[in-house]
Design a protein around this ligand. Structure first.
Ligand SMILES: Nc1nc2c(ncn2[C@@H]2O[C@H](COP(=O)(O)OP(=O)(O)OP(=O)(O)O)[C@@H](O)[C@H]2O)c(=O)[nH]1
Ligand SMILES: [Mg+2]
Length: 368
């Protein structure tokens, strides 16, 4: 392990100063887009032209904008932040759906079929992924695209694999930016796939308006394995692999068990009781009915203002996630700071410095 585990909650001591510190880390290039920043010249990225092409729905511009947002270079990220801010008025109209479930439950297969149904009805669909685990790094593009063979060749679909490195918060924050860029480029539906590991479901629930949990038939055992909290997050449960015949019967039995399990929970919204449905992603069975429920949810919770309230609460969370990320960058971004935080850590490990004194010396390093 690196010798500089970054403290994650430093901001609670002084919100205002951290925001200032954060702004400095991502210096907005006020006015001069091509000026010298942190020692290197930004290449001539014409943000105004990129913005205009993005808003026209140009896929190359969208890919370029996402690459900028995912870049590790502070100047690129600053340009991306500026671009995202400038297109914000053109975002927010898409239906944002998070989809989770254990590996192999059929998320990608279902997204491929559902997404194809939606593009066939004239909608533009973006598929994003949040997976901070190392298992998919490198091979993820190929993996996601081959499992979504139809959408991968669909001109009205855009598939973007998970950013491959960083903390969960960092990966999810990048996905959020990608989502906004896709909305600015005119995508009507955003589907975010996440593997049910770690805390990634919570992160994706914080990105989306609707959280769909896929389950396998075989209720009893599955019910035991459900992670605590997943049922509270679910806006709908879909038992997948309910192919015709015996599989469908097993799926129906599983669905009854999930209904009973959901029944004892208080729904998160008075307007919406999470339904349990059975589908076959592979055979495209009952996916239209599944989508109709998502649209129904959207209509009802928009009318009550709950979608807007949920998004505003998410924005506040994302602000803090970004502050967290900026602090982390401050701590790991400079070799000098890295060296001195490692020294401080070693001094605490040797018992020469108290944890409080060590924390104070690290805080001083980043100007706190
Ligand atoms: N019989 C049947 N098989 C399915 C169905 N949906 C998916 N599968 C199969 O299940 C396997 C896993 O499907 P994926 O779509 O890759 O599952 P996933 O949840 O995206 O998996 P990860 O991305 O690895 O977490 C594949 O072999 C699919 O063909 C279904 O409705 N019926
Ligand atoms: Mg998948």
């Amino acid at each position: 392990m690196a010798g500089h585990a970054a403290p994650r909650c430093l901001w609670s001591a002084g919100t205002a100063r951290f925001v200032v510190c954060g702004t400095q880390a991502l210096v907005p290039l006020d006015g001069g887009l091509r000026r010298r920043h942190e020692g290197h010249m930004t290449p001539s990225i014409d943000i105004e032209s990129l913005r205009e092409r993005l808003l026209r729905g140009d896929r190359a511009a969208l890919a370029r904008a996402i690459t900028l947002a995912e870049s590790k270079r502070p100047d690129h990220r600053a340009l991306a932040a500026q671009l995202i801010d400038s297109v914000l008025p053109h975002t927010g109209t898409a239906i944002r759906v998070g989809i989770t479930g254990v590996p192999g439950v059929g998320k990608s297969t279902t997204i491929d079929a559902l997404g194809s149904n939606l593009t066939a009805s004239g909608q533009k669909v973006a598929v994003l992924a949040v997976d901070p685990s190392s298992s998919r790094t490198g091979g993820s593009i190929l993996g996601d695209k081959t499992r979504m063979a139809r959408l991968a060749h669909d001109p009205n679909a855009f598939i973007r694999p998970s950013p491959s490195s960083g903390t969960l918060g960092g990966v999810a924050a990048k996905t959020r930016e990608t989502m906004l860029l896709c909305e600015a480029a005119g995508f009507d539906v955003i589907l975010v796939e996440t593997v049910g590991v770690g805390q990634s479901e919570t992160a994706v629930a914080d990105l989306t308006d609707f959280f769909l949990v896929l389950m396998l038939p075989g209720a009893g055992d599955e019910l035991q394995g459900i992670k605590k909290g997943i049922l509270e997050l679910a806006d709908m449960i879909a038992v997948n692999k309910a192919d015709a015949g015996e599989a469908e019967q097993r799926a129906n039995a599983a669905a009854s068990e999930y209904r009973a399990a959901l029944h004892i929970l208080t729904p998160a919204s008075a307007t919406w009781t999470p339904p349990v449905v059975t589908i076959s992603g592979f055979h495209n069975l009952r996916l239209d009915a599944l989508w109709a429920k998502i649209v129904d949810h959207r209509g009802k919770l928009t009318a009550t203002g709950e979608i807007q309230a949920r998004r505003r609460a998410q924005d506040v969370k994302w602000m803090w996630a970004l502050v967290d990320e900026l602090l982390h960058q401050r701590l790991v971004g400079s070799p000098e700071v890295r060296h001195r935080t490692a020294e401080a850590e070693a001094a605490v490990a040797r018992g020469e410095t108290s944890p409080a004194a060590g924390a104070a010396s690290i805080a001083a390093l980043i100007g706190l």
